[in-house]
Design a binder for this molecule. Structure first.
Ligand code: NAP
Length: 259
């Protein structure tokens, strides 16, 4: 293992939903440690902004316009990623959407949309990455990191977000199975479970005084998380230091779940 445990020079990270929020935190964390980064997202403006931002760290950065719920688009985008970078060492399947509403009124359309992005999208993405990492291992270059963004919503009974919670629970199960299936090729698979993190997805809720007054006092760290809280875990999981750490579900929540 290298002297600098978290040196990512020469490694390539692929981060879906890396143009904003938690995914951008992952991207900044690995770029600061020298990794090259490929970001996937649908919004061209956010994609362009992230290329400029990550460029500051001296990494090679490329953004791909990809809707992860579109299987063909994911296959095409993964091929483009390999064309640009030659390899993928760590794949963060992080794109996600949330829909809330009373369960008995929740539409099938909204249920499908949440599953299409949060679960099917993660499956399409990680399938490409796992195949690539296994092929590389069989060619004498083992290793690889599969990371799925789950949520505390997978563990806690969060009323009115049943579809979201179900999709995120499935992420944990999938990462555990991948950990077992791909260990022989030196590939690890882990889930990250963010708590209450201030991003585009949550900012309206947090601006609501009633919501903030109910939740904030229950966070032992006494603040919402922000994207910078995800830099360290991304660098660790991409690094050789985490090579024997697999099948885990890592809470990044300021102590919320325990309290
Ligand atoms: P965010 O800032 O809204 O980021 C969501 C990201 O997903 C964006 O980059 C978005 O990019 C991308 N995305 C959405 N739909 C997509 C699609 N169909 N195809 C490709 N990319 C898509 O929210 P965030 O809070 O950082 O969320 C990131 C992940 O963390 C999600 O999986 C979320 O469920 C999870 N999470 C968040 C919290 C929290 O408190 N914030 C807690 C637990 C888990 P484009 O719009 O450009 O497509």
């Amino acid at each position: 293992m290298s002297k600098n445990l978290f040196d990512l020079t020469g490694k390539v990270a692929l981060i879906t939903g890396g143009n904003s929020g938690i995914g951008l935190g992952f991207a900044e964390g690995v770029a600061k440690q020298g990794a090259d980064v490929c970001v996937w997202g649908r919004n061209l403006e956010k994609n362009a902004a992230v290329v400029e931002k990550l460029g500051e760290f001296g990494s090679k950065v490329h953004a791909v316009c990809c809707d992860v719920s579109d299987e063909a688009a994911v296959e095409k985008s993964f091929a483009e990623t390999l064309e640009v970078f030659g390899r993928v060492d760590g794949c963060f399947a992080n794109s996600g959407v949330a829909k809330s509403g009373r369960f008995e009124e929740f539409s099938t359309e909204d249920w499908r949309h949440v599953m299409d992005v949060n679960l099917d999208g993660l499956f399409y993405t990680l399938r490409c990455a796992a195949k690539h990492m296994k092929q590389r291992a069989e060619a004498g270059d083992p290793g690889g990191r599969l990371i799925g963004t789950s949520s505390l919503g997978a563990l806690m009974g969060m009323a009115r977000v049943e579809a979201y919670g179900a999709s995120k629970g499935a992420v944990i199960s999938m990462m555990q199975a991948l950990a077992v299936e791909y260990a022989r090729w030196g590939v690890t698979a882990n889930s990250i479970l963010p708590g209450h993190i201030e991003t585009a997805m949550t900012k309206d809720n947090y601006a609501n005084e009633k919501f903030a007054n109910a939740i904030l006092p229950r966070i032992p760290a006494r603040r919402w998380g922000d994207r910078s809280d995800f830099e360290g875990i991304a660098a660790y999981l991409m690094s050789d230091a985490s090579r024997y750490h697999t099948g885990d579900s890592l809470l990044i929540d300021g102590g919320f779940f325990l309290y």
